[in-house]
Ligand binder design. Structure first.
Ligand code: BES
Ligand code: MN
Ligand code: ZN
Length: 484
């Protein structure tokens, strides 16, 4: 899909040269233009959120053009999330109708959200299809999006474009199958991102370096696969403002379970087990592009989890980077092992606040479905900031508790820790308790995205790969830079 050009214009919205313009309709309000208000009175244009009616009019430069009337509900209830949803409904309709250029008359305060909803909705992943799924759909697609209105802030529009493009790039990494997007491929993407920005620096550790550095838990997971693992470290140095942030993302490019092999049903979905890492890498691209005046270190452990003659076995004991010993009683609880060393590594780099994103447990899907990600933290203030950022982006999170009684469940019989306590008690929480052992005193939030990384029902991301977390990470960097 070629990139969609996005622009802001402060003149009168109806003066656009786009082939399709969008007018917002609020409940209990009338449209100023008589031919549009006619459609409202006929009941064809409705103010309910996600409703879209079509009309035509003479274009100022001659010829005809399309007008879409988009329902936005009650004006006083409009927020960014509703604007994303409405923008997605409009984008879907515009695509069906063959619009090439789209211009939104933006209601106050939601210019950025309209950009996000449009770009996220129009994302598709069809590069492996030799012919189109729907031959009735027009060729081409949307080439430009304009956000028009006297109050529209061009910087906000551009920022939203950058983050939505980054989120779609994360979706590409997620959707790519594991025979393409292996750990070395992800490292290559990190190289590309680093090369594109003068304020980013890349460090890569290969199999030998991971072991030599003392990352025994990560090395154990990578033992079973013939694909080379990589520890990917991106350092962004944009300024002295705010705390040094650490973003850590699980990137298991395929999770078979290892010797504790998963059942076959839906195993193909385990190509998405790198979603946390994808979100972290692409968020760094956006943060660097926006030149936010902050310091961020990103750590992404990338490996496959495979069974083989040289794979780690249940009962094996390994030592993590901070010296803690771990009994690997289930090789399918691999995410926490690679994160253990990566969290230690981030702490060694001097990070002062950590967020890690990981498709860590099936149990979080049972608890929260695909609406909220699970949040776990050792610090009330930091998790409060993360919760605020989640609300702002619509990437919702819900905090679950930690407690010494849960921590007891991950104590080992023969070593300090057990990576997979028997029984299924609170297994999303025990996974978080396990991770907590590797962050020391640093304020930390673990976001379990196993339910939200794909399979969402949000209209603007659909049910496939969602790129969940990209916008929240950028938002956290934005806030760390002291921006409102
Ligand atoms: N990647 C999985 C978690 C997962 C499962 C994500 C389903 C998305 C959908 C993770 O590595 C895993 O296998 N977790 C185990 C942990 C268990 C062995 C303690 C799980 O959740 O069953
Ligand atoms: Mn697993
Ligand atoms: Zn996994």
């Amino acid at each position: 899909m070629p990139a969609i050009t996005v622009s802001a214009r402060s003149g009168a919205p109806e003066e656009t040269s786009a082939d399709t313009r969008v007018v917002a309709l609020f409940e209990g309000e009338e449209l100023a233009e008589a031919h549009l208000q006619d459609l409202v009175e006929l009941g064809e244009a409705k103010p309910g959120l996600r409703k879209v009616a079509t009309d035509h009019e003479d274009a100022p430069g001659g010829g005809r053009r399309r007008v879409l009337i988009a329902g936005l509900g009650k004006r006083e209830e409009l927020d960014a999330e509703k604007a994303r949803v409405a923008a997605a409904a409009v984008a879907g309709r515009a695509k069906e109708l063959g619009s090439v250029s789209l211009s939104w008359a933006a209601p106050d305060g939601v210019a950025g959200a309209l950009v996000e909803g449009t770009l996220l909705k129009l994302y598709s992943f069809d590069r492996f299809k030799s012919k189109r799924d729907d031959p009735d759909e027009p060729e081409g697609g949307l080439e430009s999006l304009e956000i028009a209105g006297s109050e529209v802030d061009p910087d906000e529009v551009e920022r939203s474009r950058v983050v939505a493009v980054a989120q779609n790039a994360a979706r590409d990494l997620q959707n790519l199958p594991s025979n393409v997007a292996d750990p070395v491929f992800l490292a290559g993407r990190a190289e590309e991102i680093a090369a594109a920005h003068d304020n980013l620096e890349l460090e890569l550790l290969d199999r030998d370096a991971i072991a030599a550095r003392g990352m025994g838990a990560f090395a154990a997971v990578a033992k079973g696969t013939d694909s080379e693992p990589r520890l990917i470290v991106l350092r962004y140095r944009g300024g002295e403002d705010g705390p040094h942030l650490g973003f850590v993302g699980k990137a298991v490019t395929f999770d078979t379970g290892g010797i504790s092999l998963k059942p076959g049903a839906k195993m193909s979905e385990m190509k998405f087990d790198m979603s946390g890492g994808a979100a972290v890498l692409e968020a760094m691209d956006a943060i660097a592009a926006l030149r936010l005046p902050v310091t961020v270190t990103a750590v992404v452990p990338a490996t496959e989890n495979m069974p083989s003659g040289h794979a780690v076995k249940p009962g094996d004991i390994v030592t993590a980077l901070n010296g803690k010993t771990i009994e690997i009683n289930n090789t399918d609880a691999e995410g926490r092992l690679i994160l253990a060393d990566s969290l230690c590594y981030a702490v060694e780099q001097g990070v002062e606040r950590i967020v890690n994103l990981a498709t860590l447990t099936g149990a979080i899907i049972v608890a929260l479905g695909s609406t909220h990600a699970g949040l776990f933290s050792n610090d009330d203030d930091w998790v409060g900031e993360v919760e605020e950022a989640c609300k702002h982006t619509g990437e919702l999170g819900w905090r679950l508790p930690l407690h010494p009684e849960y921590a007891d469940l991950v104590k080992g019989k023969y070593a300090d820790l057990d990576n997979a306590p028997e029984g299924r008690k609170a297994s999303s929480i025990t996974a978080a308790e396990f991770l907590k052992n590797f962050v020391g005193e640093v304020p930390w939030v673990h976001i379990d995205i196993a339910g939200t990384a794909w399979g969402q029902t949000r209209p603007y991301v659909g049910s496939g790969a969602s790129g969940f977390g990209v916008r929240t990470l950028v938002e956290l960097a934005w806030r760390a830079a002291g921006r409102p």
